[in-house]
Ligand binder design. Structure first.
Ligand code: GRF
Length: 221
């Protein structure tokens, strides 16, 4: 694949950046159809910034507290993304709610990872809530971002079992493993134009691609 036809991806983070790392690792494969153009953090101390620097990816810190208005914060983010020629924006543990204006300006080009099987457990503390509800499976979702929090057309989901003795930490680790597999898959599908949105639902060009993304746990484990 010629270098210049790769999809240019921008990632927004706030913290650890383990999902970012999974995207960095995927991009190291010469056959992966996307490349990282920029990583933006709203926190200067985000560990993920170091991961990006180590991989020689351009980074930028845009701290929300330096802006009186959310719109100015977001304008700066958009400016940085456009300057880096970004075509797809990936939220990966980015802990700021984005305004409708930002979401609209990146419509159908903005995706997020959420640590639950949406539409259940939107918002924070998903793993604790899953354990307290007694659900037997939890998981993660990659979805296009719409103006309502943790909503928008679902691209991929992976289910993981919830064990009887799970803590929110142990469940989070199991779900994170699934997130790390799923995010690069979603980027690959988007870059290869294998998915599109119809009536707020994600459709797959090829039904075999759809079958391949049905990741479920081995229930004997
Ligand atoms: C992930 O669990 C993601 O689903 C959620 O925030 C966490 C970020 O983890 N939105 P990391 O920064 O990618 O390690």
């Amino acid at each position: 694949m010629a270098e210049n036809i790769k999809l240019k991806v921008g990632v927004l983070i706030s913290g650890n950046g383990s999902n970012l790392q999974s995207i960095i690792d995927a991009c190291e494969d010469p056959n992966f159809p996307a490349e990282l153009s920029i990583v933006i953090s709203n926190k200067a101390e985000a560990y993920g910034l170091g991961r990006a620097k180590k991989a020689n990816i351009k980074t930028k810190v845009i701290e929300h507290q330096n802006f009186q208005h959310r719109s100015d914060f977001e304008k700066n983010i958009t400016k940085a993304l456009i300057n880096a020629n970004v075509e797809l924006v990936c939220l990966a543990g980015f802990m700021r709610i984005l305004t409708d204006t930002f979401v609209y300006s990146w419509k159908d080009r903005l995706i997020n990872v959420h640590p639950s099987l949406l539409p259940i457990f939107k918002g924070l503390n998903t793993h604790q809530r899953a354990i307290e509800c007694g659900v037997k499976f939890s998981g993660c979702t990659i979805h296009f971002v719409s103006s309502s929090m943790d909503e928008g057309p679902i691209i991929l989901q992976a289910a993981v079992p919830v064990h009887q003795n799970d803590t929110s930490k142990s469940l989070a680790e199991r779900v994170l493993d699934a997130e790390h597999k799923l995010y690069p898959m979603a980027i690959r599908l988007f870059a290869n134009k294998k998915i599109w949105i119809e009536n707020d639902l994600v459709k797959f060009t090829n039904i075999e691609d759809h079958n391949e993304i049905l990741i479920n746990p081995n229930i004997k484990n």
